[in-house]
Design a protein around this ligand. Structure first.
Ligand code: HEM
Length: 430
């Protein structure tokens, strides 16, 4: 954990400075909509033709590359070992890969410290982001200090549908569309995979993932009668499921220090094998490729960095900044006003300009009701302090109390659904 703490803070500061350098990314509810800024869009288009990450603003300059520290060991104690019958593997390919290579305990149940240390060491995740994600999981979906990367309600990710795991994920099934939240749907994989037809130049960067993200969102509206895009699960977690694909799975090199994600590396991390015309998914066999180099420590993926990527996504589709759901039938999607949900604390424009603020403040205000514990109680206190430090660093406006009655119009709104459920009447499977 100490490995990343000081550098993560430095890089978090750098990312905040980048926001200053890009006033369009400033977290100010009064800022003009990003999409309306033609000059900025033109700049992004020029950049997207030349930069490995696509049009996404960060990193502003190519990060350093250090082969020795970025090469990930997949031999000896860290050789791939397939999960056995008692080992938990679930929705998250990154965590599954860490467990398969013994960077996390092979049984798939780990402590907060183990999650923070493994995601930093192997993927270059900022300590701030890792602490946020793993403390939330351990407190809301685990024992308070540890949790499972699979499992059921109050055990791990598998049973967290509605509070953590969510709909319109890249490759994994929508719970009420397929009756499971952890099946990889090959048609969804093909949607992404086929976006880069030439294997020699394929790069699943932020531009490709942004297009895919928008397609998957629309697909859930069209096919999942119980689709819910919640304040925390939709606006924050759901974007991570897409940005993490390029930001953490890309291979880094002296030539491409920002990273390039090609077809073979994508297949390996997603546990897909076989020829193009006969791809096969093997559940739980996510593998870190040989000769694979992670992000540089100086370029750790922190919370401000992630927020910049969310804004890059939402600039292409304002719908991603609004909470909403289908009302029990496909194509009945309704937005739910941020102001209603936050009892007036955030306008829709403010939530859109500061998605992590809105999502995290909403989670903070919702936690006592969600857990039945007080914000300062022992177990909840550790999460409150982690989330509060995130919102303090971003300068977020607090939400005093949440009003979740509007979510009653969403029949798919649950807090501890999964890993299986009945298929919703009218669901369309690919
Ligand atoms: C402590 C760290 C992490 C936590 C707590 C975490 C948790 C989660 C959760 C709760 C989901 C389900 C989200 C959804 O339903 O859409 C998820 C999905 C996902 N995670 Fe992670 N994750 C972590 C690290 C990582 C890393 C390092 C990577 C990449 C190497 C990664 C890649 C993904 C991807 C790609 C998905 C979407 C899977 C799909 O639908 O295809 N995660 N993760």
């Amino acid at each position: 954990m100490g490995f990343f703490t000081s550098s993560a803070i430095t890089v978090a500061c750098l990312a905040v400075n980048n926001v200053v350098a890009f006033p369009h990314l400033a977290m100010d509810g009064m800022t003009a909509p990003i999409a309306a800024d033609v000059a900025y869009k033109q700049l992004l288009e020029r950049q997207s033709a030349t930069r490995p990450q696509g049009g996404a603003p960060l990193p502003l300059t190519p990060p350093p590359f250090d082969a020795a520290s970025q090469l990930i060991n997949v031999t000896g104690a860290h050789a791939f070992v397939a999960p056995g019958s008692g080992d938990a593997r679930g929705e998250c390919p990154g965590l599954n890969a860490l467990a398969n290579h013994n960077y996390l305990p092979h049984n798939g149940i780990a402590t907060i410290n183990e999650f923070v240390s493994a995601t930093g060491q192997v993927f270059g995740m900022g300590a701030d982001l890792a602490l946020f994600l793993s403390t939330y999981g351990a407190v809301i979906d685990g024992s308070g200090t540890s949790w499972s990367i699979s499992g059921g309600p109050h055990v791990g990710i598998g049973g967290s549908h509605g509070n953590y795991e969510t709909d319109s994920s890249p490759l994994k099934s929508d719970l009420y569309q397929y009756g499971s939240n952890s099946k990889l749907i090959l048609e969804q994989f093909h949607e992404l995979y086929d976006m880069q037809p030439n294997a020699a130049t394929a790069n699943y960067n932020l531009d490709v993932l942004r297009t895919f993200r928008n397609q998957r969102f629309q697909e859930s509206i069209n096919k999942n009668p119980y689709f819910v895009y919640g304040p925390f699960t939709g606006m924050a977690v759901s974007q991570a499921a897409f940005t993490f694909i390029y930001r953490f799975m890309a291979n880094h090199s002296a030539e491409y220090p920002e990273g390039v994600l090609n077809k073979d590396v994508l297949k390996s991390f997603m546990s897909i094998s076989g020829p193009e015309n006969n791809l096969v998914w093997t559940p739980g066999h996510e593998r870190i490729p040989s000769n694979w180099y992670r992000r540089n420590t100086a370029d750790a993926y922190t919370i401000p960095y992630f927020e910049t990527d969310i804004l890059y996504f939402t600039s292409s589709n304002p719908q991603l900044t609004l909470v909403g759901c289908n009302e029990g039938k496909v194509d009945t999607y309704q937005n739910i006003d941020a102001s209603t949900l936050s009892n007036g604390a955030y306008t829709a424009a403010q939530a859109a300009a500061n998605p992590i603020c809105f999502a995290t403040e909403f989670a903070l205000a919702e936690l006592p009701g969600l857990t039945g514990l007080s914000l300062t109680s022992g177990v909840l206190g550790s999460l409150t302090s982690v989330l509060s430090s995130v919102t303090k660093n971003l300068g977020c406006k607090a939400i005093g109390s949440v009003n979740t009655t509007a979510l009653a119009l969403c029949p798919g709104f649950t807090l501890y659904g999964g890993p299986t459920a009945p298929v919703a009447p009218g669901a369309i499977q690919s």
